[in-house]
Design a protein around this ligand. Structure first.
Ligand SMILES: [Zn+2]
Length: 489
């Protein structure tokens, strides 16, 4: 950022809660069905239809709130947010306003700036204030088809109208685009982890908006902010924020006004452009929804949800570092996905070799997953089988390279480690008498090197080890070979 300026960024995330049905009716909340297949009088906004709150929305909302460090309020109120738009048949959206479902959260994330090649500096903890997460219904979708000005048609698809959302709003605590980037990724992972949302940006079930302004360092007042909307990937969001920071600083420095407006990211031209200005801003005339009771949450309910929650990824990462003596980086990578983390823990416990398990999973197994476009969830190698392989390796029956080969084969065939070790005839020779024979032969055949070794060229030990390994077709136990060679030379 330019000298003397700082960016002020606040984030809003809309996360679709992973319910089967919509928030106020029994229509399916599924994605990709025929337009308007999942509608009823309630979500079509027909006169006389009444909303009934879906209990599952409250359950998942509570999980999301707790995972994000928010306090769930004893009482929250649904309000009507009035505006007119074709995808909103009622003429208002049922949302929450002055009494939200949860508020006053604090979330610690890890964040780092990146250089031009995208490489991260050291990740450091940063605490973000989350002002609130309220519950609301989504609107429908306008679909535009055909060529503009020629045969353009617009349709309304109300399948999405009434799907449940949690809107998560932070304080303006971010000072760089990468902090916002790391925050959104953190929220996504946590929501997926606790099962509150699929948080898939491509399907639109996680959407984010950024409020961006800049000010001179030392200034207390905020300057005009712009709202960045329709950011359909975290990477585009990061780029759009950076672009905005530059654009606004330049405008202020050249005496131009920065208008309070909503802007979009123009992916083709790598810039933001105006979507609507402040003059179009709505007055939503919020008022309490008369058709819904205030939502009351008991402490028993909160305790029950807490008891059902899985251990959160950060806590699990710290435990892996402490209990299994893993590096912070390895542990962080293992908890990037809940299935992978459970897979690792099961392997570490069954093999009784947590560090080798981590190395094997992070290097060998993840590569196989990537090649086969799979994840830990549908791994063809079970944690028990992988643990068997690691035990075989630890016992010195096979060497590291052979273990890697066995794993590839296990992945392909679904067979157990033992079966493949036998099939490949990989069992290491650890029998000293058998190895001794080979050692004697190598010494006899390489008298020049033996003389050089005895004259002090100790590096030649590696040469002898290599020769014995070759003679055994790689099956001699290298530890035994080393000991025997040292004795004999
Ligand atoms: Zn419906």
């Amino acid at each position: 950022m330019k000298n003397g300026w700082e960016a002020i960024i606040g984030m809003e995330i809309h996360a679709q809660l992973a319910t089967e049905t919509k928030i106020f009716c029994a229509c399916a909340a599924s994605f990709g069905d025929e337009p308007n297949a999942n509608t009823c009088p309630v979500c079509l906004g027909l006169p006389g239809a009444l909303p009934v709150l879906n209990q599952r929305v409250v359950d998942l909302g509570a999980k999301a709130a707790l995972a994000l460090g928010l306090n769930i309020n004893e009482q929250s109120i649904f309000s009507r947010k009035n505006y007119f738009y074709p995808d909103l048949p009622k003429g208002y959206q049922i949302s929450q306003y002055d009494k939200p479902f949860s508020s006053n959260g604090e979330l610690t994330i890890l964040t780092a700036e990146r250089d031009e090649t995208g490489r991260a500096a050291e990740f450091k903890p940063m605490t973000i204030r989350i002002e609130r997460m309220h519950l609301e219904e989504d609107a429908g979708k306008n679909v535009h088809e055909g060529l503009p000005e020629v045969d353009k048609f617009s349709y309304v698809d109300l399948n999405r109208a009434g799907t449940p959302l949690g809107e998560i709003v932070t304080a303006p605590d971010f000072r760089s685009s990468w902090q916002a980037y790391d925050y959104v990724n953190h929220v996504r992972r946590v929501l997926q982890w606790v099962g509150a949302s699929d948080a898939d940006m491509e399907k639109g079930n996680l959407r984010c908006e950024a409020n961006v302004s800049v000010r001179r360092i030392g200034e207390e007042k905020f300057r005009n902010k712009i709202e960045l909307k329709n950011l359909n990937s975290v990477r585009f969001m990061q780029k759009a924020i950076d672009y905005e920071i530059e654009r606004q600083i330049e405008a202020h420095e050249t005496g131009e006004t920065v208008n309070q407006e909503t802007r979009l990211w123009d992916e083709k031209n790598n810039r933001t452009r105006v979507m609507r200005s402040k003059e179009d801003a709505h007055d939503y005339r919020y008022f309490p929804e008369p058709d819904l009771q205030p939502l009351r949450i008991s402490s028993e309910f909160i305790e029950r949800v807490k008891a059902e929650m899985p251990e959160l990824p950060d806590r699990m990462r710290d435990r892996f570092v402490e209990d299994f003596d893993l590096s912070f980086a390895d542990a962080s990578q293992l908890v990037s996905d809940r299935d992978l983390a459970s897979f690792y823990e099961a392997t570490a416990k069954a093999s009784n070799s947590p560090r080798v398990s981590a190395n094997f999973i992070l290097s060998e197994l993840l590569r196989e997953f990537n090649n086969a476009n799979q994840t830990a969830k549908d791994s063809p190698v079970s944690a028990e089988n992988l643990a068997e392989l690691i035990k075989t390796l630890d016992a010195g029956k096979i060497n590291n390279n052979q273990a890697k080969e066995v794993l590839v084969e296990m992945f392909k065939s679904g067979k157990s480690a033992d079966e493949i070790v036998k099939e490949k005839n990989f069992e290491q020779i650890s029998d000293a008498a058998q190895i001794e024979k080979l050692v004697d032969e190598i010494i006899k055949d390489n008298q020049n090197q033996v003389a050089a070794y005895k004259n002090g060229n100790e590096k030649l030990l590696g040469f002898f080890v290599g020769q014995v390994m070759k003679a055994s077709q790689g099956k001699a136990n290298p530890k035994v070979v080393n000991i025997l060679l040292k004795n004999k030379l």
